[in-house]
Design a protein around this ligand. Sequence first.
Ligand SMILES: Cc1ncc(COP(=O)(O)O)c(C=O)c1O
Length: 339
Amino acid sequence: MAIDKVDLRSDTVTRPCASMMQAMQNAVVGDDVYEEDPTVIELQNTLSKMTGHEAGLFFPSGVQSNLVALLTQLGRGDEYIVAQNAHTYKYEGGGAAALGGIQPQPIEENAAGVMDLHKVEAAVKADDIHFAKTRLLALENTIGGLVVPLEYMQSARDLAKNHGLHYHLDGARVFNAAVALGRPVKELTSMFDTVSVCLSKGLGAPVGSVLVGPESFINRSKRWRKTVGGGMRQSGLLAAAGLYAIQNNVQRLSEDHALASYLADQLRQFDDIDILRGDAQTNMVFFNLKSGRYGELLEFGKSNGVLFGGRKPVRMVTHKDISTEYIDVAIERLSQFFS
Ligand SMILES: Cc1ncc(COP(=O)(O)O)c(C=O)c1O
């Protein structure tokens, strides 16, 4: 089959495979607002068990799952500490501030892609009427395609606990991190109070995230999920895709990671390209252009069927619907731009 388009914009662009569609078609469903959908319940139980948490709640999106985690644990005038480029700060429409009166305290990441914990500690505000109340520390794993080291997450947990902060993980791609480290995902997730896991990224489901945490927290978060419009009815159709993804698409993430390394190696042949952050640790490759021709490259890619994130730096993401042949086609087309 001739390759028409190579879509490297994100791992969210995957299409459900025939077996996943079959699983959706066969799903036994009920009204999940009444908590009567057996497939949703199975997905929630499966993910909470895998991640080492008491309970789970199915959401239509990762943004909503992160938002409800914040709304449930924080109130007006509270704040959470978060990395400057974290999704929960930069890419979620300021939802916690808009809907919950919750202020973020962003902290610039260091060269390793994480917040310096001394800066985090310095940002925890004293109990003083002039200040917002610092109530939560949020991490993201993977962040910018980088795996957050286990020791870092443990130190951050200790810091959070010493200061009485809730500890939340945006684990949109935490299975990528677990596969890259060769560890059970539970080792990366059970130390957090709450974790949001996405099914619609590298795992290849069309939609959905699961928020996990203590049972009392999950019970309270059901009210906020309803308030923000996330109560769904026969959502077992979607949960079936999520279950299929968890059962079949976790180990294969290592193929995406290998492909990202291959892509980085191929891109190195172009003098204009400066690959960032060493080798691709998971499924993302970032690079700068010495010539600064970002706009031109993006436009060239679009008109030649090679799609990627064009902001500086350029981001290319491998996923289930990409193989070596696709990367070869992309490189061949891009070589016309760089020649
Ligand atoms: C790290 C991270 N967190 C959360 C989300 C939000 O997920 P969704 O698009 O399902 O709302 C994304 C989306 O790409 C993400 O990359």
